[in-house]
Ligand binder design. Structure first.
Ligand SMILES: Cc1cc2nc3c(=O)[nH]c(=O)nc-3n(C[C@H](O)[C@H](O)[C@H](O)COP(=O)(O)OP(=O)(O)OC[C@H]3O[C@@H](n4cnc5c(N)ncnc54)[C@H](O)[C@@H]3O)c2cc1C
Length: 411
């Protein structure tokens, strides 16, 4: 039986490991942390089946000048990180044009559209259906000008065939009575879902992985031993012999991919959450405030405010004032929200400058594969990524054309 190694036991690694087992392989999952405890534990929990917009939308440049000035702005670049960040920023801005955004939108939508149908069998088999709700997402806008722009950008949803409804302020308030009166309106995508605990979801998937005979090694991966164009061993505390290797190490994948000769402009959009244990309100849908830069999701353990983007790399300490500031921002749109006792968290979105994840065979090694760079949509796109990686490894026809996700595309 083929022995596969999956490096990184976040939601993408877990989904990949399960897909590999399904295809009859013996799988070793490797992570320095317990499964699911990295970035995948702290997200907003949304399966955004209607996601179609890349981050590099054509007018994003307007936000760049303000992003070094205000420490708690939704989009922030720490001044000390500027020099290191410039090559990524340059590529990101080069992608911010209509033609490239359209191409990215097609690639993103191809994954997000069937995200839930790839999750469902996993949820069933793992006994994790109770962790998922399908109540839809409300993208909420405070002013008429913001809402008018959002309506224009619905042209992307129209072209991708995404089901959505436009709601005015009164209709919005009827659907979600905890919101302030006087908001301009919302775009409602009824088919999105959310989990009430991203960490419990990962743990359930891991239990299923173990029940199917998978093994887990908690260790830091340093690199690889190779024989010609084949990877033969994963180098860690103790070497792990392998027939094939899958790199799903989130924001840390750049270092590992480089060891296999692939150079990827992967950086991290650090994000924060504030988990409110006694919020005093329950939301019926998950709420996204694109301009304020956060999501609000009612979860098992309270209400999670999650979002913001901070460019500061992998090594700088967290700035939890950004997480605490989420409470202030949320209070402007959720007047009855109680924010005492909030717990702060930071995680590393693995982000590439074109918002298109890497789901790819290695161009240099015949038994190495990559699944990372999902940015804001890693939970959403995890299950389909696993399925695609296994199809690539088996040289089978993939349900989605994988050309746009290649690691050796023009960056
Ligand atoms: C605030 C916030 C909100 C978000 N909201 C959403 C949302 O609502 N919906 C959505 O779809 N996405 C969301 N995301 C994005 C999503 O969380 C990420 O894209 C996703 O978790 C990435 O999963 P991953 O498995 O690739 O990475 P991770 O979860 O980071 O897992 C990678 C794992 O690799 C391990 N690793 C790395 N290097 C090594 C090494 N050398 N040796 C051993 N182990 C290693 C790490 O320990 C880690 O456990 C959000 C992100 C943030 C920060």
């Amino acid at each position: 039986m083929k022995q596969s190694s999956v490096i990184g036991a976040g939601i993408v690694g877990l989904a990949t490991a399960l897909a590999l087992q399904e295809s009859g392989r013996q799988v070793v999952l490797i992570d320095r942390l317990p499964p699911g405890e990295g970035t995948s534990s702290g997200n907003a929990g949304i399966i955004s089946t209607g996601a179609v917009h890349p981050e590099s939308m054509p007018d994003i440049w307007k936000e760049i000048p303000g992003m070094t000035l205000n420490r708690t702005a939704p989009l922030r670049l720490r001044p000390g990180y500027l020099l290191q960040f410039l090559p990524w920023l340059f590529r990101f801005l080069r992608n911010a044009n209509t033609e490239t955004a359209e191409r990215a939108s097609i690639a993103i939508s191809a994954l997000s559209h069937s995200a839930l149908s790839h999750f469902e069998p996993l949820l069933r088999e793992a006994g994790a259906e109770h962790l998922m709700r399908q109540h839809g997402t409300l993208y909420i806008y405070e002013t008429q000008a913001q809402f008018a722009k959002a309506k224009e950008e619905c042209a992307y949803r129209d072209r991708r065939g995404v089901d959505y409804q436009l709601l005015d302020g009164a209709e919005l308030l009827k659907l979600e009575p905890s919101l302030s009166a006087g908001l301009a309106g919302a775009v409602f995508t009824p088919n999105s879902a959310h989990t009430i605990s991203p960490l419990a979801l990962s743990r359930k998937l891991f239990e299923m992985f173990q029940q199917r005979g998978g093994s887990f090694i908690q260790t830091q991966v340093q690199g690889f031993s190779c024989d010609g164009n084949r990877v033969t061993e994963v180098q860690a505390e103790r070497p792990i012999k392998t027939d094939e290797v899958f790199i799903t190490a989130g924001a840390y994948s750049k270092r590992l991919a480089k060891k296999l000769g692939s150079h990827v402009p992967l950086d991290t959009e650090r994000g924060y959450h504030l988990m409110l244990p006694h919020p005093g309100i329950v939301l019926h849908h998950n709420l996204l405030f694109p301009v304020l830069g956060f999501a609000a999701t009612s979860m098992e353990a309270g209400l999670r405010l999650a979002g913001t983007v901070e460019f500061a790399g992998l090594d700088a300490p967290p700035d939890y004032s950004r997480a605490r500031h989420l409470a202030k921002r949320a209070a402007t749109v959720l007047p009855d929200l109680q924010t005492e006792g909030g717990e702060c968290w930071m995680g590393y979105r693995p982000s590439v400058p074109d918002s298109i994840p890497v789901i790819s065979a290695s161009p240099h090694f015949e038994n190495a594969y990559f699944g990372f760079g999902h940015g804001h949509l890693g939970l959403t796109q995890s299950a389909i990524t696993g399925a695609l990686l296994v199809a690539l490894a088996d040289d089978k026809e993939t349900p989605v054309d994988c050309e746009p996700y290649r690691i050796d595309r023009r960056w």
